[in-house]
Structure formats: structure tokens, C-alpha cells
Design a protein around this ligand. Structure first.
Ligand SMILES: *[C@@H]1O[C@H](CO)[C@@H](O)[C@H](O)[C@H]1NC(C)=O
Ligand SMILES: *[C@@H]1O[C@H](CO)[C@@H](O)[C@H](O)[C@H]1NC(C)=O
Length: 265
């Protein structure tokens, strides 16, 4: 008799646990949904606009003449009705070794920036995509100068520079030499962060969003450690993402980027 009672007690406990789990699950799941709620609150649209989107962002391709000439893609900022507006900031996007300016178009980043009021300029670095290689960009100094010329020629005065991986060969020398020309800096596990001293880092006031993938224990971890020396930084570590973390987790990347840009003036 007591054997049967014990079994009934155990069965009761199992049922109770099941019911509790069932009741708790929705609130646990809601907890993990917080980022998307935040997106709605902020009125931002994240990710590639659906095909039925009322606004079609035109992405123009252009070429800046020079030695070397630079090919780039441009998306101009629009309001909610699709009318062109003055940019809040100008976002210049570089790319990694295996990528080009096209990557940012395909990921939806250029359209996303334009619909949020930013001018987006994605460059093919020399020797990639549609920009020819050149002997004139073999030193840090010449690469910093190439970026400076690009910004000056296009009248970019409120630049935020996004720089993944290999493009650190350009962005890091530029940051060290011309940081006052940058309103913001978004390094994504760039190369070349080891070449500078603590004093050089500490002298830079540019607000910086350090982005890297949780699984990128090599360049990601190394650049993160070095870039932490920049006085005004925030960090976006993308969970479950590898080196090209913006490709692995575009939604999380876009969310962190828009949040960062929103806090700049
Ligand atoms: C946007 O582009 C799509 C595909 O090119 C087209 O079918 C649609 O009519 C366009 N919408 C507007 C509002 O221009
Ligand atoms: C850091 O940058 C933010 C903009 O992202 C700015 O509002 C803030 O004043 C800066 N802080 C310092 C100490 O310069």
C-alpha cells in the first residue's frame, strides 16, 4: 500500500514540475527576445528590407579617379517616405581579405544605414573588387593618405569608419594620424593593432565600437585586447560568431551598430 502511495507522490511531483515548466517557458523565451523589442522601441529597422518594402534604396556605383582609382558603392539617406535627406553622419565601410564593397550591399548594411538617415560609402580597397592594385599603397603612411584623400575628395566631414580584419592595414594608420577627422570608429577584429603604444592609444578621443566574434580567439581576441586601450570605447562581442562575425550574426551586428551611431551626434 505504502509502495503505491510513494509512486503516486512521485508521479504528482513530476506532473507539478511539468506544469511549472510549461508556465515559465514563455517568460524565459521573452527574456531572450529583448533585443528585438528594443529595436521596435527605438523605431529602427534591422536587416535587409523585405522585397515588399515601400522604400527602395538605390545603391550607386562610382569611381574616384586617382592613383589608384577607387571604386565604391553609395547609398544616400532617405526619410520614411523615401525622400532624400541630409545625412546625420557619413559611414565609410572597408572590407576584409575575402570580401569587397559588394559584401555590405548583399548583407543589407548599406540600405539599412540609408533608411536610418546615414550616407553609406563602401569602398573596394586597391587590389580588390573593381579597384586596381597599386604600388603606391605599400606603406602605412600611404594607406592612411589614400583614405584621407578619399574623404576629402567626397566632402566627407562627419565620417564613421567601419573596418574589418585586413582593412586594419588602412584604418589603424589613419586612426593614429587623423583621429580628429573621425566621428566614430568601428573596428571589427582588424589587423595591425599591435603596432602602437599605450600612449598612442590613450591620446585618441574618437568614440569606438569594438566588434568581434565570440569564437574568434585569434585576431578577434588580440585586437579586442589592444583596442581596449582607446579611452572612449564600447564593446560588442557577438555570441556564437566567428572571425567574419558581421556575416555570422548580421542582425546582432546591425543592432549594435545602429545603437552606437544613435549615440553619436
Ligand atoms: C522596388 O523595387 C522592386 C523590384 O525592383 C519593384 O518591383 C517595386 O515596384 C519597387 N518599389 C518602389 C516603391 O519603387
Ligand atoms: C564618448 O563618446 C560618446 C559618444 O559615443 C560621447 O557622448 C561621450 O561624451 C564620450 N566620452 C568622453 C569621455 O569623451
Amino acid at each position: 500500500m505504502s509502495f503505491l502511495r510513494n509512486r503516486l507522490v512521485v508521479l504528482g511531483l513530476v506532473l507539478l514540475a511539468t506544469v511549472l515548466l510549461y508556465l515559465l517557458l514563455p517568460s524565459i523565451r521573452q527574456g531572450s527576445m529583448e533585443p528585438s523589442l528594443e529595436v521596435q522601441r527605438m523605431g529602427l529597422s534591422v536587416g535587409t528590407p523585405p522585397p515588399s518594402s515601400p522604400i527602395n534604396i538605390t545603391i550607386r556605383t562610382r569611381q574616384l579617379p586617382g592613383d589608384p582609382p577607387l571604386f565604391f558603392r553609395e547609398a544616400l539617406p532617405v526619410d520614411a517616405a523615401g525622400r532624400q535627406i541630409l545625412p546625420k553622419l557619413q559611414i565609410v565601410l572597408l572590407h576584409g581579405q575575402a570580401f569587397t564593397s559588394k559584401t555590405w550591399e548583399e548583407l543589407g548594411t548599406l540600405s539599412l544605414l540609408a533608411t536610418n538617415g546615414y550616407q553609406a560609402l563602401a569602398v573596394d580597397l586597391p587590389g580588390f573588387g573593381n579597384s586596381p592594385d597599386s604600388e603606391t599603397v605599400k606603406t602605412d603612411q600611404s594607406r592612411a593618405e589614400l583614405l584621407r584623400m578619399f574623404l576629402e575628395s567626397l566632402g566627407v566631414r562627419t565620417a564613421v569608419l567601419i573596418s574589418p580584419s585586413m582593412s586594419g592595414h588602412y584604418s589603424m594608420p589613419f586612426l593614429m594620424k587623423h583621429s580628429t577627422q573621425l566621428h566614430g570608429f568601428v573596428p571589427i577584429a582588424p589587423v595591425g593593432t599591435r603596432s602602437y603604444t599605450a600612449q598612442q592609444y590613450q591620446a585618441i578621443q574618437t568614440p569606438t565600437l569594438i566588434v568581434f566574434g565570440e569564437l574568434d580567439t585569434n585576431l578577434g581576441a588580440q585586437s579586442h585586447k589592444n583596442l581596449l586601450q582607446l579611452p572612449n570605447h564600447t564593446v560588442a562581442k557577438l555570441q556564437g560568431a566567428r572571425h567574419a562575425c558581421y556575416m555570422d550574426k548580421p542582425r546582432e551586428f546591425h543592432l549594435a551598430l545602429l545603437d552606437f551611431l544613435n549615440k553619436l551626434d
